[in-house]
Design a protein around this ligand. Structure first.
Ligand code: WTA
Length: 650
């Protein structure tokens, strides 16, 4: 596949697009040279303010004084921007289409209905005691109430902290404790791919942790009617506390820099970080990127397959689309259940015009060949997006040809939990595409490449991807740990934001993301710190040491390869193999389950005791003839032993 091949955007699409190439270039230029003017104008155009802002950008990346503020004296409310302001013109139009796990189940909510649900639930939360600035933990299935709960929090000024429903009770407890969430919202059970997910039981188990004793109430949505244990001092049913509430709840005027939500994400070291996003800048950035990246036109039916538990579910399932007044589809299931044609069938059923999904889903469907499109036309599709990891050109081509019938431009959107919204992406109608490239920066974003010493690289080059200046959607701090924020993102290459990704820029100035340069894995588009998995492994009573590396995986992008050293006297066995995998599932969640376990007598360490991951990576991927210098190892013979043991790894 030649990366030189340009896919000219089809004229019939480009004609109707919001921007052409020249308009993009002009707007980009203005956004960089006159950020206050640019963002001030769009901030006023795209959002409704309760009190207008007089200042736009006030940001500093100075070491020791990193501070990021946008629109700092403006007041607004997120739920009012996502709902109230659309009521006059499009109150009866559909805001949320829900597609259940089972193809037989679906429902629709208009903006009017969403307004009423959000107001009632806002009042219910207030009655439970939730006040402005308090953190509420959401551990929800993919049902409209997940969006209702998010919007209700924003309406009353509470800060939500969503924990992905696939995380274990242990992981949930850690996040409840770190964010000090006195309130938890969940459901009896979730449903995914025909199987139940015991959400309430997981919450019960999480709250057994004595450090969670401060939790005051657990609001439980009845999704399946499955049996649950009940703690009358703590648990309340969603419907019971909501039914008789007034259908009006005035939106709380929030400062643009008031916290909006916390979302935990894995880094290269230690426990997950609580990424904090604030109100004004985040909402503007989500709204504006949604509009231009997906070329949103009124009437579009937009489907993002992400779960609300991830940042994509925040910015491009709920806030971005609803702030634009778009119809957004919330899908409870998985793209290949009950059959691999499900994704295509949902496109036809709801006449989806914009589809946003992940390379891992595309590869899984691609492996099924034509079965993924059997009996469907997908003729409503206009634009398709990709997010979560680099999309390999083969998957890009398949997506373009088989799902999109060569009609739809693909927007390969690069961004992170920390960035709040899309930073590098094509714009339909403006950007000629190259399969596998995220292409060019969005407005206001100044990406650059530096070598490991921090020297900026010019022209066609490959290096560490950094961002030179702030954009409105940027995270503001690590919740409760500003120093960690500065340390993680602003100390490696001082004066810039360090993304943790590597990238290549080609002769046309297009960016090609090459993946993480730190110890963060990307498994099926989910970020996972090797340190997190390792600490789960060594918590097992029979394991003394563990080291985890990523290996290429055909569907997941990366698989998890774990080197494990057992306690003296312990023996590896098929049983222990099963036990260890189940252990990680229990400690973190199914997404962190190692693919391969390698029982190692010892790990390769330097004389100072540091594990040499470079060597472990090479051994895991069978690149043993390029191990590099092993002379600094305390015991170089460990390497041969590891290579020998590899034949038993499974
Ligand atoms: C990777 C997801 C290449 C990248 C929105 C980043 C991508 C990490 C792309 C963030 C893409 C995301 N091309 N790589 N289009 N999108 N990534 O925080 O390594 O879950 O740093 O945010 O995913 O993952 P996160």
């Amino acid at each position: 596949m030649s990366e030189q091949k340009l896919y000219p955007v089809k004229a019939n699409i480009a004609d109707n697009c919001l921007l052409n190439d020249q308009q993009y270039l002009d707007m980009y230029q203005e956004s960089i040279t006159q950020p206050d003017q640019f963002w001030g104008k769009h901030g006023n155009e795209l959002l409704d303010w309760i009190q207008p802002f007089s200042k736009v950008k006030n940001t500093s990346y100075d070491p020791g004084h990193v501070s990021i503020k946008w629109f700092e004296d403006g007041l607004l409310n997120v739920s009012a921007n996502c709902i109230d302001r659309h009521l006059k013109d499009r109150g009866d139009e559909v805001a949320i289409i829900w597609e259940g796990d089972s193809p037989e189940e679906d429902s629709k909510l208009t903006f009017n209905e969403l307004y009423e649900k959000v107001c009632k639930f806002s009042n219910a939360l207030k009655e439970q005691g939730v006040t402005k600035g308090e953190v509420v933990c959401l551990y929800m299935p993919m049902v409209p109430e997940a969006a209702v709960a998010m919007l209700a929090c924003t309406r009353i000024g509470a800060v939500h902290s969503i924990v992905f429903g696939g995380f274990s009770p242990e992981a949930l407890a850690g996040r409840i404790i770190d964010s000090n969430s006195k309130y938890v919202i969940t459901a009896d059970e979730g449903v995914r791919g025909g199987r139940g997910v015991p959400l309430k039981a997981n919450v019960d188990q999480a709250l057994e942790n004595p450090d969670c004793a401060f939790v005051k109430s657990v609001v439980v949505l009845k999704r399946t009617g499955g049996e649950v244990n009940w703690n009358a001092n703590r648990d309340v049913w969603w419907h019971e506390i909501t039914e008789s509430q007034p259908a009006e709840c005035p939106p709380e005027p929030m400062n643009a820099e008031d916290p909006l939500f916390i979302l935990y994400t894995s880094g290269s070291t230690g426990k997950p970080k609580g990424v904090l996003h604030t109100t004004g800048g985040y909402l503007l950035y989500a709204t504006m990127t949604f509009k231009y990246v997906f070329d949103y036109h009124p009437g579009d039916i937009y489907w993002c397959t992400a779960d609300v538990g991830w940042i994509t579910g925040h910015s491009y399932l709920v806030y971005g689309p609803l702030a634009n007044g778009a119809t957004t589809i919330l899908f409870e299931g998985v793209p290949n259940y009950p059959t691999s044609a499900r994704m295509s069938e949902v496109c036809d059923k709801h006449q989806v015009t914009i589809l946003y999904t992940a390379p891992t889903a595309i590869r899984a469907l691609m492996a099924q060949g034509d079965a993924a499109v059997q009996g469907t036309s997908r003729s409503s599709l206009r634009i398709m997006g990709s997010v979560g990891e680099p999309i390999n050109p083969e998957a890009w081509e398949w997506y373009y040809r088989t799902i999109g019938d060569e009609r739809c431009p693909i927007v390969d959107t690069w961004w992170q939990t920390e960035t709040g919204g899309i930073l590098i992406t094509p714009l339909p109608g403006a950007t000629a595409l190259k399969p596998g490239s995220a292409t060019r920066p969005f407005f206001g974003v100044q990406p650059a490449l530096v070598d490991n010493e921090g020297n900026e690289l010019e022209g066609a080059a490959e290096g560490n991807l950094i961002i030179k200046d702030s954009w409105p959607g940027q995270m503001r701090t690590v919740y409760g740990d500003h120093e960690r924020f500065e340390q993680t993102y602003f100390s490696t290459f001082p004066g810039t934001y360090t993304t943790g990704d590597g990238a290549r820029r080609d002769e046309d100035g297009y960016f090609w993301i090459t993946g993480r340069v730190d110890d963060v894995l990307n498994v099926s588009g989910h970020r996972m710190g090797t340190a997190e998995i390792e600490s789960a492994l060594v918590a097992h009573p029979k394991i003394s040491e563990a080291a985890v590396v990523g290996v290429p995986h055909e569907i997941k992008g990366q698989g998890i390869y774990a080197y494990i050293t057992l306690m003296a006297g312990e023996e590896a066995s098929a049983e222990l193999h099963k036990e260890v995998k189940a252990w990680v599932r229990k400690e973190i969640g199914p997404i962190a389950t190692p693919d391969i376990l390698h029982w190692a007598e010892a790990l390769p360490k330097t004389r100072s005791g540091k594990i040499m991951r470079r060597i472990l990576r090479k051994i895991a991927t069978n690149e043993t003839d390029s191990l590099g210098d092993t002379s600094t190892l305390a015991d170089p013979s460990v390497v041969d032993k590891l290579i020998e043991e590899k034949s038993n790894a499974a």
